[in-house]
Design a protein around this ligand. Structure first.
Ligand code: TK8
Length: 345
């Protein structure tokens, strides 16, 4: 009897050992007694550095459920959120090495892999969500996704970070002039740095994970992000003033590792694609509601909220238009023209 127990434990640990050896996400288990071979795939999802309550994090939890349920357990999802796997850049590099299989970094972090990506969060490109969805889900958006192939990445679509607005702890920003001399943290994105220079501020590029501390210690006066992130990452604790500018619609680019995807059996590729499509729809609902709830939360948290007038917004748009001219060659004239035409339709 005793001997039988040890044998089964030995067998079990041997099986575990075999499973642990597979790092490309695939494992093999015997199905039922019929002996049919059902490959199992581990999908490692990196949810990025956004807070645990943010709509993006909640979307990844939803995606995990979809992948596991719709594949009858053949997909096993290992989800890391709230910065557990580092910043966007690190996550992309881990994906290129096949260690991460799904993520949705900001365009800024992908710029080094495909120059065209920089068009995605240019100032005032999308003046409404509907226009953003139409263009991103259309030919222009697909062109950018296809452009990631060269980097061993497969672009799958777009989640929503939202419309970016400005916060600071120095003074109310009520008009363009109030940007003068303010040190504003930006993403590590040349077009954003240039836009803030043109507006008279001192842009300070910095990784997202360092932002809260930089605001707390006064290394920078302010930053710009959607309401949802200002709440989820608690920037309201270290910022007093919020100015509504909606100066950039920020999408997040959903990516996977090309070879991981290609090696999936076709029926699981279908499950994977459908789950991502459902998650995009779910994410947009969450993000839209989050924008409303988060703005109310920021007022409840005592932030002083200022709205830019139409004149100030138009002036901000006119000043930052210069960025399109300056980066047209870098991004690619064809890409810039296609997005501008599509976003004006
Ligand atoms: C989160 C960032 C964030 C972005 C930023 O990793 O850096 O300000 O808005 O979403 O990618």
């Amino acid at each position: 009897m005793m001997k039988q127990g040890i044998l089964s434990i030995l067998m079990a640990s041997l099986l575990l050992f075999v499973v642990a050896c597979g790092n490309d996400g695939s494992t093999s288990t015997n199905g039922d007694d019929g002996g049919s071979e059902q490959e199992q795939y581990t999908i490692r999802i990196a949810g990025g550095a956004v807070g645990p309550e943010h709509s993006l994090t909640r979307t990844f939890h939803f995606l995990k459920e979809q992948l596991e349920e719709n594949s009858d357990g053949r997909f096993q999802v290992d989800l890391s959120v709230a910065g557990e796997l580092g910043e966007d850049r690190e996550i992309i590099e881990a994906m290129q090495m096949g260690e991460v299989h799904l993520a949705s970094p900001s365009p800024a972090a992908l710029g080094g892999f495909n120059k065209g990506v920089a068009i995605l969060d240019m100032p005032f490109l999308f003046t409404s969500r509907d226009i953003a969805y139409d263009v991103l889900d259309g030919e222009p958006g697909q062109m950018i996704l296809d452009g990631l192939d060269g980097a061993g990445l497969k672009g799958l679509g777009y989640f929503e970070n939202g419309f970016r607005n400005v916060t600071n702890d120095t003074k109310p920003i009520e008009s363009i002039e109030d940007f003068q001399g303010l040190s504003i943290r930006t993403m590590q994105n040349q077009t954003h740095i240039r836009a803030w220079e043109l507006l008279g501020a001192n842009p300070t590029p910095m990784a997202f994970g360092e932002l809260y501390t930089a605001l707390q210690q006064g290394t920078v006066d302010g930053q710009e992000n959607p309401f949802g992130l200002i709440v989820a990452n608690k920037f309201f604790e270290v910022q007093d003033y919020l100015t509504v500018t909606n100066h950039v619609y920020a999408p997040n680019v959903i990516i996977t590792n090309s070879s991981f995807y290609e090696e999936l059996p076709s029926d699981l590729q279908q499950v994977f694609d459908e789950a991502v499509r459902d998650a995009i729809e779910h994410n947009r609902e969450l993000a839209q509601q989050e924008e409303i709830d988060a703005r109310a939360e920021l007022e409840e948290q005592g932030m002083e909220v200022y709205e830019f007038s139409q004149e100030d917004l138009q002036q901000m748009q006119d000043i930052t238009l210069e960025v399109y001219e300056e980066f047209k060659d870098d991004i690619g004239e064809e890409v810039v023209d296609l997005f501008l035409e599509a976003s004006l339709e």
